[in-house]
Write a protein that binds this ligand. Structure first.
Ligand SMILES: [Fe+2]
Length: 394
């Protein structure tokens, strides 16, 4: 995050002695991006943050394999068929199943009702979109209460765990880079500009950090290894949540999709008007309930388009998506529209949309600039017929 925040106990001068009431020194940790050349925070630990008592490989990490989208076709992933309602016994970290991915980003999904282990992603930032339910996200920076429609942005290497309050549905966008607000929204010093569809007041930051005294605590670490994504489990002699204070510009935060102020126009606004975040070689956009195009001859649904340089992933997470009517897509569905194939409204949607004044739709879109491959859950949820949906419904 571009702006400074301080929580808990920090000394007036950085890199100086900071002591507990008994006179013991706290251990200062700099969490910094791009070496020492970008955003960072200073955390003050009660114990040495490097200490490890034991380690092992994370052997039951879910299938991380990726298979090319070949033959090249648009696909409908019906996630709710594979992740039905009811008790799953899964947690929102180890239960994630990979839908799609490439070397820049992986998209996974989970229905969770169990408390996750402590976890950190050593590959990149995570953007967790909460499709439904509530959860407490405990982090080394402090707690975040999250619920439906929240984007939870968690910087790389942040230790955290997720405790669902009941059942929570999580759409996890795991980057191999950092995830930030769209750069076009930011001033040269990082403030959100007036034309941005949200501002700093819309972000929710962690509570005061919590200090937990506990020994022999496991932390699951996802990282790069031979053949792709692998995992390691560290057993720490002291609880990783031993931070008494921190300050800086690097921390997890929450933004709710309902706080995105849609930009509308007389004629159709292209997806960049709906951008919310970005990472290296991908963007995240959202389509929210909004007034639609008001030119007297406007066609409110999108025109057919061929994104020659990107694959497009739509996650339909609320409302009623006008352009996809008749395709079988419903709540929780995902469409993959790959580069090299034009796509657009289902037959009849264009005509039905004429004269519409409002679309009650909610979708999160990831556009990747390199082709996406199908993960284990992507292969398991593919309806196999979506490619024919424009032809069969004419
Ligand atoms: Fe599209």
């Amino acid at each position: 995050m571009p702006y400074y925040h301080s929580a808990g106990s920090v000394p007036p001068k950085r890199h100086t002695q900071h002591r507990d009431p008994d006179g013991n020194l706290y251990y200062e940790e700099l969490m910094g991006e791009e070496g020492f050349s970008s955003d960072s925070s200073l955390l003050y630990h009660r114990h040495i943050p490097s200490a490890v008592r034991a380690y092992r490989t994370w052997d039951d990490l879910p299938d991380q394999s990726l298979v090319p989208n070949h033959p090249l076709v648009p696909r409908h992933l019906a996630t709710h068929q594979v992740f039905p309602d009811g008790v799953s016994g899964l947690d929102a970290v180890t239960g994630r199943r990979v839908l799609l991915g490439n070397d820049d980003v992986r998209i996974a999904y989970v229905v969770a009702d169990a408390v996750s282990p402590y976890y950190r992603n050593a590959i990149g930032d995570e953007c967790l979109y909460i499709e439904a339910g509530d959860a407490l996200v405990e982090t080394v920076f402090g707690d975040l209460e999250v619920g439906q429609g929240d984007y939870v942005i968690i910087p790389r290497a942040t230790t955290y765990r997720i405790s669902p309050r009941g059942t929570v549905r999580v759409y996890a966008i795991e980057a191999n880079s950092h995830i930030t607000p769209a750069r076009s929204y930011l001033s040269k010093h990082g403030q959100l500009l007036e034309h941005a569809p949200y501002c700093e007041r819309d972000f929710r930051l962690p509570s005061e950090p919590r200090v937990v005294e506990e020994t022999d605590v496991e932390v699951y670490i996802k990282h790069r290894g031979e053949g792709g994504v692998v995992g390691t489990v560290h057993v720490l002699p002291h609880h990783p949540f031993d931070v008494v204070g921190w300050d800086g510009c690097l921390y997890p935060f929450v933004f709710n999709i309902a706080d995105f102020e849609p930009i509308t126009g007389r004629i159709h606004q292209p997806p960049p008007a709906h951008q919310v975040f970005e990472g290296a070689n991908f963007v995240i956009c959202n389509f929210v309930p909004r007034k639609v195009d008001y030119h007297p001859l406007a066609v409110p649904v999108p025109y057919y388009h061929s994104n020659v340089d990107s694959d497009e992933v739509m996650f339909y997470c609320g409302g009623d998506y006008e352009a996809r009517k008749g395709s079988g897509i419903g709540q929780g569905s995902i469409s993959l529209h790959p580069g090299g194939h034009p796509h657009g409204p289902q037959p009849g949607a264009m005509e039905r949309s004429l004269g519409a004044e409002f679309f009650d739709e909610l979708a999160v879109m990831v556009d990747t600039f390199r082709p996406l491959l199908l993960g284990e859950a992507g292969r398991a949820t593919d309806d196999g017929t979506y490619a024919y949906s424009w032809e069969r419904n004419q």
